[in-house]
Design a protein around this ligand. Structure first.
Ligand code: HEM
Length: 409
């Protein structure tokens, strides 16, 4: 299918009504403090859809969708909206035209990729990883526990997140640092982002060459060497697949776990409650996932369409923050409260429709194990900082640092 005509001009498109122009930079909002979800939720008091000008994602601006119902409608509607080019790699790296598989693939081709990947994320596969996740988490807790304090984001959360990822992908855990570096730094939108992206593409090429025509274990090697529709994937497809595997699943899990730990550090009663029962931990994880939905995805319009009365034209970019879906008072009562007694609703944290996150079961499992094991080893801890904490806002919302203090174990 032909890509939509995405005009790369800095001009605000003429069809954007003046009253919908907003002076915000979705990708640069580090000034929103440690709980940007509260600040962002204020967008629910205004227009349901606003237009943010030139941004790192799209130089001619993007529609920002704030209401749960509209976000859901858009991700479910693959007739009017395409996922092609949503990674934005083509805008940063000249000549980059690999599609990131499966996230940038529209129907009908998308379905075969999902079917291929599904066994790696099945309930039995994730249950089978329980012990290895627990062992890795315990090792990390033992290391940082000794010191009586740690910076949870750089010393713990991403290592906990990457352990099962390595198992599934067929990557070595002792090389975790380099695989953590790419998603975490690229999603921070620092000035060396283009250099990092170029390095990541090179690493993806090396991984491809290392695994091509081998019987190495893991999803990445399996993808590279398995014929689909009678043909082995091209080098371009394989690299697009590897790049997305390097991005998804580490920063997202690590970012969410960071917010879970911050809530626990701040709330002694909650810690005491959760130390009692495994079931309560899984309810807590679910509510953290709702209240701290870290991912914003995006789409391009491929056929002119009107959403909530706003006319969108082919080629327009649309930002879909899952945090705004979950903080919409029309979707959840008292959405900003972390309420373990809340009736379970349809959270948008993992998206909806054909691109719904394939790693959601894994994410829930590893975050739950990390919380359980941490509370068992370190039931009391607090935030060790005089200065307010900071979170970055963008494709993935995450604390930039979380210093914790506790009795050494
Ligand atoms: C808390 C953790 C996570 C969150 C919040 C999250 C969120 C999301 C969201 C919102 C989407 C949909 C994007 C869209 O519609 O454009 C998505 C897709 C995806 N996620 Fe996750 N994710 C998480 C963890 C993971 C993990 C652990 C993995 C794998 C190791 C993973 C792999 C994927 C893949 C492959 C897709 C693309 C699915 C497709 O296009 O069919 N994610 N994720």
């Amino acid at each position: 299918m032909k890509s939509p005509d995405i005009t790369r001009s800095k001009m605000i498109p003429e069809h954007v009504p003046k009253h919908l122009l907003a002076a915000i930079d979705w990708y640069g909002m580090t000034e929103l403090g440690s709980d940007p979800f509260v600040e962002l939720a204020k967008l629910h008091d205004g227009e349901p859809i606003i237009f943010v000008g030139s941004n790192v994602r799209n130089s001619h601006g993007s529609w920002l969708i704030t209401r749960e119902a509209d976000i859901r409608t858009i991700v479910m509607d693959t007739d009017h909206f395409t996922s092609e080019n949503i990674s934005g790699f083509d805008q940063v790296i000249e000549g980059f035209n690999n599609k990131l598989i499966p996230t940038e693939i529209d129907p009908p081709d998308h379905a075969a990729y999902r079917t291929f990947m599904a066994p790696y994320f099945s309930p039995s596969r994730i249950n089978g990883l329980d012990q290895i996740m627990r062992d890795r988490v315990r090792d990390i807790i033992a290391q940082v526990g000794l010191k009586g304090k740690c910076e949870f984001m750089s010393e713990a959360t991403y290592y906990m997140a990457i352990a099962p990822w390595c198992e599934i992908m067929g990557m070595r855990y002792d090389e975790a640092d380099q695989w953590i570096r790419f998603p975490v730094q690229i999603l921070q939108y620092t000035s060396d982002r283009p250099k990092l992206m170029a390095e990541m593409i090179e690493s993806a090429k090396s991984l491809y060459l290392e695994r091509k025509d081998t019987n190495m274990a893991g999803l990445i090697a399996h993808f590279i060497n398995t014929p689909s529709g009678g043909q082995i994937p091209s080098e371009a497809s394989a690299i697009g697949f590897i790049i997305f595997m390097l991005i998804a699943g580490v920063d997202t899990v690590g970012g969410t776990l960071g917010f879970a730990m911050k809530r626990l550090a701040e709330d002694q009663k909650l810690r005491a409650h959760l130390t009692k029962g495994k079931d309560d931990v899984s309810i807590f994880v679910e509510e953290v996932l709702r209240r701290h939905a870290v991912v914003s995805t995006n789409r391009y319009v491929k056929k002119d369409v009107s959403i909530a009365g706003v006319q969108m034209r082919c080629g327009d970019n649309i930002i879909l923050p899952m945090s705004l879906a979950n903080s919409d008072p029309k979707a959840f009562e008292r959405p900003l409260e972390l309420d373990l007694a809340r009736k379970r609703g349809r959270i948008m944290t993992f998206g909806a429709g054909i691109h719904t996150c394939i790693g959601s079961r894994l994410a829930r499992a590893v975050i739950g194990i990390a919380v359980e094991e941490w509370l068992a080893a370190i039931p009391n801890f607090r935030i060790d900082s005089e200065k307010p904490l900071i979170a970055r806002v963008g494709d993935v919302i995450a604390l930039t640092s979380l210093p914790l203090q506790y009795e050494p174990i």
